[in-house]
Design a protein around this ligand. Structure first.
Ligand SMILES: Cc1ncc(COP(=O)(O)O)c(C=O)c1O
Length: 362
């Protein structure tokens, strides 16, 4: 009999948004609208598609272990040394590498209830004690409460800005006060998976502008760049931390097509700009819809909007009724917000189908 550690037996695995194919089968629909996982509804950048196709002929070879071409491209794009850049099989893989690299068994992590579930799963999978603090009254990160919760055992603080699933940000002023008070032996992860959607907000602190030795910035190609399926993310940290993480990371991640796609996607400004425009218009559409229906929502700095309801029963009812109409959105119990729903901003006709269904239900 194989003995399995208690924390693995108790582990709740990551539960993604429902698959289009499942809902098609379950309800017999031809068209299902998926607005559940903050994916890019436009599809994949044509430049990235071409780069991936071109890369296929090299798949008998292992990838460049250092992702040097991609890191050089990122280095030019973001004006930072390649030694400060790490790439991974999605930004989630970089979180996992970081946690495996720097945490001993007794070290602890802090974040909030109401943020990216992947972090909860990773900490529990490696048996790290995780302190979850409540969000503030506006569904934002309460950085003051996090400071108060630091103990000598704290090794990592995980922040998400803009946060998912709430869409809120903490400001430059809040971030600057915070980092000045966090001891230097604690790693502050700033997960900026939705960075591209917030760059025109002057209050947003781009964590790359604060290159302290204990700050790690994480970014991804999965959201704005439309490459969720190929798994490619990157991060910025001081070269010493990057060096240790590279020792621990799976040697050949990310794969050849992933690296090629990332390089090409960075150059496809037209695709990105168009998506940002579509997203902005879609967000206004959803705000108007919620205003009209009297649904409480949180203003979002990303590609999704969170709505707040009276009860989990109401959330489940709306979710179930939407599924019956071929629309998949995300109930937020796994994120610790059982009375909330999150909808990814889709294409105009997808938003309209969702709106039509929601009006029928309510
Ligand atoms: C805040 C946040 N971080 C990370 C991820 C995962 O990103 P990746 O696909 O790069 O692993 C997500 C995906 O939903 C996310 O919302």
């Amino acid at each position: 009999m194989i003995e399995v550690p208690r924390h693995i037996i108790d582990l709740q695995p990551y539960k993604p948004g429902r698959l289009i194919e499942d809902i098609q089968k379950e309800y017999g629909f031809e068209r299902v609208i998926k607005l559940a996982s903050n994916e890019n509804p436009l599809g994949v950048s044509p430049l990235a598609i071409q780069a991936m196709i071109n890369s296929i002929h090299q798949l008998n070879r292992y990838p460049d272990i250092a992702s040097m071409t991609l890191r050089t491209k990122l280095s030019e794009f973001f004006h930072i040394e390649t030694s400060c850049i790490i790439t991974g099989h999605g930004s989630e893989a970089i979180i996992q590498t970081l946690m495996r690299t720097f945490l001993n068994d007794d070290d602890e992590a802090i974040t909030v209830t109401g943020t990216f579930v992947g972090f909860y799963v990773i900490t529990k999978a490696i048996g790290i004690k995780l302190h979850l603090l409540p969000l503030d009254e506006n569904y934002g990160f309460d950085l003051g409460a996090i400071l108060d919760a630091i103990t000598p055992k704290t090794k990592v603080i995980y922040l998400v800005n803009p946060n998912s699933p709430t869409g809120t940000i903490f400001t430059k002023k809040q971030f600057e006060e915070f980092i000045n008070l966090v001891p230097e032996n604690i790693i502050i992860i700033v997960d900026e998976a939705y960075f591209e959607f917030v760059t025109d907000n002057p209050d947003f602190p781009n964590s790359m502008d604060y290159r302290r030795d204990n700050i790690v910035t994480l970014r991804t190609f999965s959201k704005a760049y439309g490459l969720a399926g190929i798994r490619i993310g990157y991060g910025f940290a001081n070269p010493e931390l990057v060096g240790y993480m590279l020792k621990v990371r799976l040697p050949f991640e990310p794969g050849i097509p992933s690296q090629a796609a990332g390089i090409a996607a960075l150059t496809d400004k037209q695709f990105l700009d168009y998506y940002l425009k579509v997203n902005k218009t879609g967000k206004e559409f959803l705000y108007n819809l919620y205003d009209e229906l009297g649904i409480r929502y949180i203003k979002s700095e990303a590609n999704f909007v969170m709505t707040v309801h009276d009860s989990e029963e109401e959330v489940n009812r709306i979710n179930e009724q939407l599924l019956r109409r071929g629309v998949i959105i995300r109930p937020l119990r796994p994120f610790g917000l059982p009375h909330c729903l999150r909808v990814t901003i889709g294409l105009p006709d997808e938003n309209e189908i969702y709106a039509f269904a929601l009006k029928q239900i309510l």
